[in-house]
Design a protein around this ligand. Structure first.
Ligand SMILES: [Zn+2]
Length: 442
């Protein structure tokens, strides 16, 4: 409520302020897919550029009206995709949130990338109004100028590998594990889960819980437990499924692999198949457990399928709240999978999202991605999935998510069905994740 009032006030504030400057400036959207790292830096620091927003292969820049030719004379291999009248920083807001793509009917964002939208302030106010009380994490903030929504990893794979702390032996071990990832087996589990209405109010949510638990129990050495938690005032219960694999007696810290199995839709009564969101990730937890248990893993691994994610990360929040201080200290990192099986095209793009404090873990995944077909995008503005409670507790955690998720029109609908899931997309992300855990567990 308070946020909306503030938004309305600042909207009036903006009507009164002078926008004279914006008529003298231009916004350009550039394709920067052919630029090397240092060229992107040069572009961003160019004195022609007033401010910029980077989003993977594209960048939005504001330049003084007359300076387009000046920019072209820099001889950087970009192309101009769009040209618009200028906007000032003060006219813009940033929206981050799990539901942002459903806003597309309300307005056209000025720019988007990672899991964020740059929008006009007045559109942000309308968005807040439309989504008030929706129960999802939506963060609206003032646009503060030059920022990265998502950066593309533009480094030669060999250089990435040379920089990594993994030995040749660890890389070999990782590749061996990656070869064991079975995309057909994973896809079959996605199919099984997506046949169930896994909304927390549905009986089939419990069938899904038991499916995940029984698949984990089939793995020799896996200890499986259900962690019960309450969904708030209703008194309704939900359960996280936790598989602990610890045969090594190693003193190394544990690695956690997570993904939620609950789902949601626009018409729960008609179904909530949640194939992409997040049968793909829950089945990914099972597949990673199967593969890693076949390797000689030298550390404790914990596999968790959460419930209550769609009601506000309730399962992962509960799990973190139950960790004793020393247990939290004993977690090396958490790899979370939420929506790993959609691609709008034949280039497979992954987004690695974590806090800038935990760049190291995202570096590891980006390095291992060099052994796959993935293009890697990174964001250091985390929100809205089960990595958050860990990050907030100071535990390194990263979200792995396909980077086309924002174009997935069936998100949170009864049409989020198995036919939309791209087997090879999930396969590539699973290989990256499995390889990373394996390399760190030799
Ligand atoms: Zn999800």
């Amino acid at each position: 409520m308070r946020a909306i009032q503030l938004m309305v006030l600042s909207l009036f504030g903006c009507l009164l302020c002078s926008n004279k400057q914006s008529y003298d400036s231009k916004l350009l959207v550039l394709d920067i897919s052919n630029l090397k790292n240092d060229q992107v830096m040069a572009l961003k620091s160019s004195n022609v550029v007033n401010w910029w927003v980077e989003a993977g292969d594209r960048i939005l820049i504001q330049i003084p009206g007359s300076d387009k030719n000046e920019l072209k004379s820099r001889n950087l291999p970009f192309s101009i995709l769009e040209e618009r009248v200028g906007l000032e920083k003060s006219e813009l807001s940033v929206i981050r949130g799990a539901h942002i793509n459903s806003a597309s009917g309300l307005f056209k964002p000025v720019f988007k990338g990672g899991r964020a939208l740059i929008v006009l302030k007045k559109d942000a106010a309308r968005f807040l109004h439309a989504h008030a009380g929706h129960g999802h994490d939506v963060v609206v903030s003032d646009f503060e100028g030059s920022q990265v929504l998502a950066e593309k990893v533009r480094i030669d794979p060999n250089i990435l590998l040379a920089r990594s702390e993994w030995s040749a032996q660890q890389m070999l071990f990782a590749k061996e594990a990656m070869q064991l990832v079975d995309s057909d087996r994973w896809y079959a589990d996605v199919q099984n889960l997506s046949q169930l209405n896994r909304h927390i109010s549905s009986q089939d949510n419990i069938v899904a819980r038991d499916f995940v638990a029984s698949e984990l129990k089939l793995i020799p050495g896996m200890k499986v437990e259900l962690q019960e938690f309450s969904l708030g005032v209703s008194g309704r219960k939900a359960w996280n499924v936790i598989g602990t694999y610890d045969l090594s007696q190693s003193s190394k810290k544990a690695i956690f692999v997570t993904g939620h199995y609950d789902s949601i839709s626009d018409s729960i009564g008609r179904g909530a198949p949640g194939a992409e969101d997040n049968a793909t990730g829950a089945a990914g937890v099972i597949e990673m457990a199967r593969v890693l248990s076949k390797m000689e893993i030298n550390r404790k691994l914990v596999f968790i399928a959460f419930s209550g994610e769609e009601q506000g990360l309730l399962g992962s929040k509960h799990h973190v709240s139950e960790l004793a201080p020393q247990e939290g200290d004993q977690i090396e990192y958490v790899i979370n999978m939420d929506m790993i099986g959609y691609s709008k095209d034949l280039t497979y793009d992954v987004l690695l999202e974590t806090s800038s404090k935990f760049k190291t873990i995202s570096d590891k995944l980006a390095t291992m991605a060099s052994q796959t077909r993935l293009n890697v995008f990174r964001s250091y503005n985390p929100f809205g999935s089960d990595h958050m409670p860990y990050i907030n507790r100071g535990i390194p955690a990263v979200l792995t998510i396909d980077n086309d998720w924002d174009d997935y029109v069936d998100y949170h609908k009864t049409t989020d069905r198995i036919d939309n899931v791209v087997k090879d997309m999930g396969w590539e992300i699973l290989k990256m994740n499995v390889g990373t855990v394996a390399a760190d567990s030799l």
